[in-house]
Write a protein that binds this ligand. Structure first.
Ligand code: FE
Ligand code: FE
Ligand code: ZN
Length: 297
């Protein structure tokens, strides 16, 4: 029972020689109807010029294949820490990188950029939040595109900010460019942060009360290797962790979330991408016992 309204995909790579064209082909090979990508390596901020990335070729294929550009998601590199007030040079770099990632997102004709709120490096969450707001305001004041930044809900590793809906709401509230901000909810992260991820309606009700459901722009569908409240952030394949297939399927198909792109960031198995299998199980609503076995040898 395929539901066309569900925008479902995974993160995909972007490597030479085909770059973006290769990303789109990869998403199609998984049976996805949306996807997320990094415009360079996730771990560093080195970025190739857009002119080398075969954007128009990729775009042609994705439009022919029925993808909606408003459902595509770009993820900013992890190393951006806009909440680090301890180092003004790092904060300045964060401002530049956020602006550049917003501009690159627009350059790919995408409209949503996921950003980790960052870590306050033991200066306290309020100091971290104010630093991040300063970065967001600085970057967004210099960009006229319609790209929205989706702040990701974090697991609470180290001194991360953005662990609670209240913190995310505070960041949005303090920003001068609220219209350009939204949220990316990660099922692994909210469970690790302490929310009861199995109570989808309860979590959505709380999200709506504190942030507003209209801010929800992306869902990351991940199982978690650790129990609720563990603050670890280790993703697991669907049905092999503490979130479980049934709950992830609920998040994937919840009617209140119909128009929101849903992205898998589950681990590779034996260097093989699991996404074709995971997308199919979510579409069919049926868990295949021991499905990982076929990847394991
Ligand atoms: Fe993320
Ligand atoms: Fe995530
Ligand atoms: Zn994560």
């Amino acid at each position: 029972m395929e539901n066309k309204k569900i925008y479902l995909g995974s993160h995909v790579g972007m490597n030479g020689p085909e770059y973006y064209l290769g990303s789109v082909k990869e998403a199609i090979s998984y049976g996805s109807n949306t996807f997320m990508f990094y415009t360079g390596a996730p771990q560093n901020s080195y970025r190739k010029p857009l002119s080398e990335l075969k954007i128009e070729e990729g775009r042609k294929l994705l439009l022919e294949s029925g993808f909606d550009e408003y459902k595509l998601v770009v993820h900013a590199p992890y190393i951006i820490n806009g909440a680090n007030r301890a180092r003004e040079d790092i904060l300045d770099l964060a401002k530049q990188l956020i602006l550049s990632e917003v501009q690159r997102t627009a350059g790919f004709h995408a409209h949503i950029l996921v950003l980790h709120p960052g870590s306050h490096v033991n200066l306290g969450e309020d100091v971290g939040i104010d630093a991040l707001v300063e970065c967001l305001d600085d970057a967004l004041s210099k960009d006229k595109s319609d790209v929205k930044i989706a702040l990701e809900t974090m697991a609470g590793k180290g001194s991360e900010i953005g662990i609670t809906f209240e913190q995310i709401a505070q960041i949005i509230e303090k920003c001068a460019y609220k219209d350009r901000l939204g949220v990316c909810l990660d099922t692994c992260h909210i469970s690790d942060a302490g929310y009861d991820v199995h109570d989808v309606d309860g979590v959505l009700e709380e999200f709506n009360r504190i942030i507003g459901l209209d801010r929800l722009l992306v869902i990351h569908l991940n199982d978690s290797k650790n129990p609720r409240g563990a603050h670890k952030d280790r993703h697991e394949n669907l049905g092999y962790g503490y979130v479980g297939f049934e709950t992830i399927h609920k998040w994937a198909t919840h009617p209140k979330l119909d128009n929101i792109p849903k992205i898998l960031e589950t681990p590779y198995i034996n260097e093989k991408a699991p996404y074709k299998k995971e997308v199919a199980m979510l579409r069919n609503g049926e868990f295949i016992n021991n499905w990982k076995e076929e990847f394991e040898n």
